[in-house]
Design a protein. Structure first.
Length: 230
């Protein structure tokens, strides 16, 4: 008998119509090979569910969850964006760290890049709520499960009870993921999901020991070069 909270996983990803990165392709093959020879959470009944996304990724993310709830009976949904690279045991490690009640939303650690200031700024997808909105983490313990305010949807495991509860609170067409406004500032669709889940009493965690690479295009110039110490 499968221990509660350690059951089947649907692995879903949204992708452009043309192609995905080679790093994601290799990661997916490695993950499915690992799953086949270990816990068989995906191969043994969860499944693989890719969805084509246009410019509005919100539609695709909501379609993923709607289909997961209506057409699958797996306990967990794992989503990973196609500009990511991840280890073969990522799903198993996130599931083992998660819990249907105590840790029903478990993200892996990955980074984003912000260009608005002129100089590219790399930041972790670890966010905390403040009195005036959302703040990025600047420090965090390595190799630990930590509670956060929000995280990105690029490498995210969610228990179906969370998704069912959010559906019951928020109407179609975007019950789960939707761009929104917080304290007169725009909020991305993944932060909105964490905000909605948190308001219903579902905590969000990140496993800082489970890291995914995030491929972002960046044109290198002399401004990015730091002269080594002599």
């Amino acid at each position: 008998m499968t221990k509660p909270g350690r059951g089947k996983v649907v692995f879903s990803y949204v992708h452009p119509a043309e192609a995905v990165t080679a790093a994601f392709h290799h990661s997916l093959i490695g993950l499915l090979t690992w799953d086949m020879s270990h816990k068989r959470r995906i191969i043994g009944g969860g499944g693989l569910f890719p969805v084509v996304s246009g410019a509005n990724i919100v539609n695709a993310r909501n379609l993923v969850i709607r289909t997961f709830l209506d057409d699958h009976d797996a306990e967990w949904l794992f989503s990973c964006d196609t500009d990511h690279a991840f280890a073969s045991d990522t799903v198993d490690r996130l599931v083992e760290a998660a819990d249907p009640t105590l840790r029903p939303i478990m993200g892996g650690l990955y980074y984003g890049i912000w260009h608005a200031s002129g100089q590219p700024e790399v930041f972790p997808q670890i966010f905390y709520w403040t009195d005036d909105g959302v703040a990025r983490a600047t420090t965090w313990p390595e190799g630990e499960v930590i509670r956060v305010g929000a995280t990105g949807a690029g490498c995210l495991l969610i228990h179906r009870t969370v998704l069912e509860a959010v559906r019951g609170k928020h109407p179609e067409p975007w019950p789960w993921f939707a761009e929104s406004v917080l304290y007169d500032r725009p909020v991305s669709e993944d932060i909105t999901f964490c905000m909605r889940a948190g308001a219903l009493g579902f905590p969000v965690h990140v496993h800082t020991g489970v890291e995914a690479g995030h491929q972002k295009p960046h044109i290198l110039t002399s401004a990015d070069y730091k002269e080594p110490d002599r």
